[in-house]
Ligand binder design. Structure first.
Ligand code: ZN
Length: 112
């Protein structure tokens, strides 16, 4: 889900109390299809969080969503950690569910 302004109808990310563009306080949540294009990426060799130290190296990506006002979101890029991803490549989001308290979902991306 992304925020969408009820006044100017534009999407935005990250979440805010007001619209970045028109400053309306009427921002709502709307489901969007998790597809986009690879805007940028980096390879993480030395994860700082203890949970991730056994999973490195891995790829972190910024993905642009053309159908949602080109909002950009961050996530991991799945697959071979030594691949050389192509900027502009189509990707699809997948959600890794964690049944912790509270539960959360981690957004990740894969080539589509
Ligand atoms: Zn607005």
């Amino acid at each position: 889900m992304l925020q969408r302004c009820a006044a100017c109808h534009r999407f935005q990310w990250g979440p805010e109390w007001i619209c970045h563009r028109c400053h309306s306080f009427d921002v709502q949540w709307e489901s969007v299809e998790p597809v986009g294009t690879l805007y940028s990426w980096t390879r993480i060799w030395h994860p700082t969080h203890p949970v991730l130290q056994a999973r490195g190296p891995y790829l972190a990506a910024i993905v642009e969503l053309p159908h949602a006002d080109n909002v950009r979101v961050v996530g991991n890029l799945l697959g071979d950690a030594h691949q050389v991803p192509q900027i502009g490549a189509p990707v699809r989001g997948v959600f890794e569910q964690h049944a912790t308290d509270p539960p959360y979902a981690l957004l990740q991306w894969t080539a589509s």
